[in-house]
Design a protein around this ligand. Sequence first.
Ligand code: NDP
Length: 324
Amino acid sequence: MQAIQIQQNGGPEVMVLREIPTPSPAAGEALVRLEASGVNFIDVYFREGRYPAALPFVLGQEAAGTIVALGEQTEASGFSVGDRVVWCSVPGTYAQMAVAPVGRLVRIPDGVTSQQAAAAMLQGMTAHYLSHATYAIQPGDDVLIHAGAGGVGLLLIQMAKSLGARVFTTVSNEEKAELAREAGADEIILYTREDFVDVVKKRISGPGLAVVYDSVGKTTFEKSLSVLRPRGIAVLFGGSSGAVPPFDLIRLSTMGSLYVTRPTLKDYTTTRQELEDRAAAVLGAVASGALKLRIEHVYQLADAAEAHRDLEGRRTTGKLLLIP
Ligand code: NDP
């Protein structure tokens, strides 16, 4: 089968399409023929080596497709050959086929295509846990979401609005501003032209924001803290601009008894029940049309390096998919 297997860490140039053996499902695993693989920023961190993994390995950790074989000890799983499934947070999906533990698979509901499922799973469940669990948004909350036209950003804006928040968001250009507006954002800040701290402070009447969802990291984190209300929470969930440098915790006290958390999806899908509930909330909202996906950037598997260049170069909006 064909796959983007990397043999060394580095830039997008290490992403070469190779012919490698099709994996066989071990006990408790399924072999799936993929119809779409999601591209996520975390794939960049693994490619670079910022998140370590033993080489060589197949990039990608989100996909949808059809089960073609099951390993031993999968009888009780409820899955059969022919089922349409989606999963995330299991490596090896920039490929034509992939294996995944049946415990991580979720059935794709009727009314949701495989491409939609692959587009919604990782970023949708992320937006869901951030808005419902890490900080459960309350009606009337003022919230800030960085990178509002990104994959997670557009979904998080929609969920924050459905929970009754007033949403501030930052984007780099007019096209992205328009998308964030369509997703429901109330206050859109072009951070390339104006300072988001000034804008937020001018436009709120209270002492600050309830929560900042910050996936940009290095270039935004300090400023994100400065727009929070006393006891507000900074949710640092990514580092698209780089990692936040070490931070002296005493500053949280002087800035208003602030909270900071650095959450990750795996800790919000810890049990089979939690995974099913969160996936059902997201895929159900896609099926009903309540959650709108933006799948504009669709690449052939062979063009995966281009997808990474576009993602890192801030040229994308919404979801990026690879079609094997
Ligand atoms: P996005 O689609 O959001 O792409 C990244 C966006 O970040 C860019 O389009 C750009 O938007 C903005 N950005 C700002 N500064 C930079 C920079 N220096 N370099 C590149 N981009 C920059 O990606 P995803 O939706 O896939 O992921 C968003 C973030 O969420 C990532 O940091 C990812 O690691 C994190 N994440 C975390 C999870 C978790 O559980 N902790 C799960 C899923 C994602 P603009 O042009 O508007 O500035």
